[in-house]
Design a protein around this ligand. Structure first.
Ligand code: ATP
Length: 360
């Protein structure tokens, strides 16, 4: 990926960091194109915040280099990096007004008073808090605080915006609304952005590219669609969405290669699958369908519904097909209000198109 980028806005090269002998970031390389929105996605403790803090200049890497454009900033102090940072808890100064909070970075740069006033006004407008300048930050809602933090990070015209779980403290509805706002704002000003999150839905929604991290390493760095449709390994497949992971043995059947996932169930392989003797396969819940009759041989399993989870527009059905774990099938609730929908205990066929089986 690095080789494909002519002049990256940010290049992280072989960066490593240990705390008290524990290696929390292991030889990570990453490049971001100008204007790109990239997410570092991974479970708690995988090292993503440490990587962000090294880029911000709040931690020093043990080895490796970090460059903004063509300038090596590995040893440059935080205040000279020209990077805007938004933290999950916003880190606003409680004794200052909204305008004073936003102006803080400009004051430390000794910018003239009239320039500060104009820039603060523009920043407030950008985050749609035009009249909020004189207010105390303590009385703001979570969403408003988040916008002030964003305005404060952007007011110095940084080359890079770093977001550390920026929407983590907001409730679900506001979070979804702010996701749209954040993405629109980022596109409008075209700022290169790196966000840390453990929320896979948020990463899929906002990012041009996602770097999935586990145990101090980047496992896959790709577009959201590639990450979802073609995860490189079982960890990525399972971390992003529901995966219906299964283990199988490759067997010859009717002169064709197929996958035996149990003594009774032999599945058709997708046409381009590369097969070792044993494989992990998965199929996303929305690629499966429920039917009263079987589908094509090798792309259909009989089962019984063991659990139904209704959530308004969609329903997740858990179907026991005789494997270790039930298969999860997602159905969209398009039928009329009077339809009963799937029932627990109902015998059913799970059908799919063989092309939607992903072999890892
Ligand atoms: P979370 O989402 O929970 O913040 P994360 O993926 O961002 O997790 P980090 O915060 O980077 O993970 O932490 C990675 C590991 O490094 C953790 O085990 C953490 O306890 C440890 N760690 C982070 N900062 C320090 C520090 N200053 N001193 C010692 N250990 C640290």
């Amino acid at each position: 990926m690095l080789g494909q980028i002519a002049i990256a806005a940010l290049s992280v090269h072989s960066v490593a960091k240990s705390f008290g002998g524990a290696r929390v970031v292991k030889d990570v390389s990453l490049a971001i194109r100008p204007g790109e929105f990239i997410s570092l996605l991974g479970p708690s403790g995988c090292g993503k915040t440490t990587l962000l803090r090294m880029i911000a200049g709040l931690e020093m890497p043990d080895s490796g280099t970090i460059a903004l454009g063509d300038k090596d900033i590995t040893g440059v102090p935080v205040w000279q990096r020209n990077i805007g940072v938004v933290f999950q808890n916003y880190a606003l100064f409680p004794h200052m007004t909204v305008a004073e909070n936003i102006a803080f970075g400009l004051r430390t740069r000794k910018v003239s008073r009239t320039t500060i006033e104009a820039k603060v006004r523009d920043a407030l407008k950008l985050v749609r808090l035009d009249d909020f300048g004189p207010r105390s930050t303590e009385k703001l809602s979570g969403g408003q605080k988040q916008r002030v933090a964003l305005a404060r990070a952007l007011v110095t015209d940084p080359k890079l915006l770093l977001l550390d779980e920026p929407l983590g403290a907001l409730d679900r509805k506001l979070r979804e609304q702010m996701q749209v706002e954040l993405k629109m704002l980022q596109r409008e000003i075209g700022i290169t952005t790196l966000m840390v999150t453990h929320d896979q839905e948020e990463a899929l929604t906002l990012s041009d590219r996602i770097a999935v991290m586990s145990d101090g390493r980047i496992l896959q760095d790709d577009s959201p669609k590639e990450i979802y449709e073609r995860p490189r390994d079982a960890f990525v497949a399972d971390f992003i969405g529901m995966s219906n992971l299964m283990q199988g043995k490759v067997v010859e059947f009717d002169g064709k290669k197929r996958i035996a996932i149990s003594e009774k169930a032999v599945l058709e392989l997708p046409p381009d699958a590369i097969s070792a003797a044993h494989v992990s396969i998965f199929v996303r819940p929305e690629k499966l369908s429920l039917d009263e009759v079987p589908g094509a041989a090798g792309s259909s399993l009989p089962g019984k519904i063991v659990h139904v989870s209704y959530s308004g527009s969609v329903t997740h059905c858990f179907v026991d097909v005789g494997l270790q774990k039930p298969l999860t099938v997602l159905i969209t609730n398009r039928s009329s209000r009077d339809d009963e929908g799937p029932r627990v205990g109902q015998p059913i066929w799970v059908n799919w198109d063989a092309r939607n089986i992903v072999v890892l």
